[in-house]
Design a protein around this ligand. Structure first.
Ligand code: FA5
Length: 349
């Protein structure tokens, strides 16, 4: 005779726990684990099969068997929970190994940087700020009065030919400004001397070649006070050239004509590349000089237009192209490069 049926059944039931543990030990996958759990605890699983035999036991023995069944069920469920934790930790480790090399340095967000024209504009503003010039601004869509008339260029003045522009609306009274000089007018109409301003800004002309663009940037300067002389103008521009292009560079004024200054001059600086020493210099074409802008003493007719007494004060003004400053400094041969947004160009500065 073997053991009595109830004890055997209880042992068989309790043994299921060990069998289950042995079976799931090598498993590395949640699905397989769930399948094993179903084989043991499911409706048709091993435990249910054993429990069928409980019906043939005397009622007094049944609770022992029921207790054993609950214990083993709990054991199996605990084992499943433990195994699941281990499987998910393993999976995470595998994923991490596959996707991330944690020893690599982190990815940094690439920083952009300011465009060359913005850099040049800010640098010029800083240089003139050192001399006490404030920044002034004005609209890009201007009136004929501020852009031409008040600057001593009436409607039929030939100087307008060099500054053909884009007209806005029906009449000829509103236009895209052709230079930053209207900011002089706006400033002098609203403020009285002493004045020292620079006006950086976008301007427009009917121009288009490798060194001229229909839209470009100028920087205007204006200084009005008692006793301002041409030597002050020259000193300010010399300071600018030597700070921006390099120490020791000379400056020269060539007599020229702008209706709103008298006398007027084209301003040249010594070639920053060959310093006037090479007849085959690509930058200055052998002349030894590079033109940087126009300048002169404010014409009394301009003071008259803005209600300033020309016998009490005098002033100088100058204007230069920002693109030209950037091109001269960095040897850029085509102005369009500054506007095309090509990163290969932008990253060089
Ligand atoms: C003027 O615009 C005058 N308003 C400057 C001035 C101000 C003179 C105050 C006297 C007193 P000009 O047309 O020469 O002058 O232009 C000045 C500079 O702007 C030039 O030296 C050049 O560097 C730049 N420039 C002119 N046209 C263009 C263009 N289409 N594209 C790029 N730069 C230009």
């Amino acid at each position: 005779m073997g053991e009595p049926e109830p004890s055997r059944l209880v042992e068989e039931i309790l043994a299921l726990g060990e069998v289950f543990r042995g079976e799931v030990a090598p498993l590395k996958d949640e699905q397989e684990l769930r399948a094993a759990q179903a084989r043991f605890l499911g409706k048709k699983g091993s435990l249910s099969e054993l429990m069928k035999r409980m019906g043939s036991l005397p009622p007094a023995e049944r609770p022992r068997v029921g207790e054993a069944a609950n214990r083993v069920k709990q054991l199996i469920e605990e084992e499943v929970a433990r195994k699941l934790l281990r499987i998910s930790a393993l999976r995470r480790k595998r994923d991490l190994e596959r996707l991330v090399d944690v020893t690599l340095p982190g990815r940094t967000t690439p920083n952009g940087h300011l465009h060359i024209l913005t850099q040049v504009r800010r640098e010029l503003c800083a240089i003139f700020a050192e001399l006490g010039f404030e920044v002034a601004t004005g609209p890009q869509v201007e009136t004929d009065f501020h852009n031409f008339e008040a600057l001593a260029m009436p409607a039929d003045h030939p100087a307008r030919d060099m500054q053909d522009t884009f007209y806005v609306g029906d009449g000829a009274g509103t236009l895209l400004r052709t230079h930053t000089s209207p900011v002089q007018i706006r400033t002098m109409l609203t403020r009285k001397p002493p004045l020292a301003i620079i006006a950086p800004g976008v301007v427009y002309r009917r121009d288009d070649d490798p060194t001229h663009s229909p839209m470009f940037t100028q920087l205007e300067g204006l200084c009005v006070d008692k006793g301002i002389r041409m030597s002050d103008l020259k000193g300010v521009l010399l300071h600018f050239v030597q700070r921006f292009f390099g120490p020791g560079l000379g400056l020269r004024f060539r007599a020229s004509y702008f209706p709103f200054v008298e006398p007027g001059a084209e301003v040249d600086m010594r070639c920053s590349f060959c310093h006037g020493a090479r007849s085959d210099c690509r930058l200055c074409k052998g002349s030894g000089w590079l033109e940087i802008g126009g300048a002169g003493m404010v014409d009394p007719r301009v003071f008259e237009q803005v209600g300033i007494d020309a016998t009490a004060v005098s002033g100088f003004a100058f204007g230069m192209g920002l693109e030209r400053m950037a091109m001269l400094r960095h040897g850029i041969h085509d102005i369009k490069l500054a506007y095309e947004g090509d990163l290969r160009f932008a990253r060089q500065f």
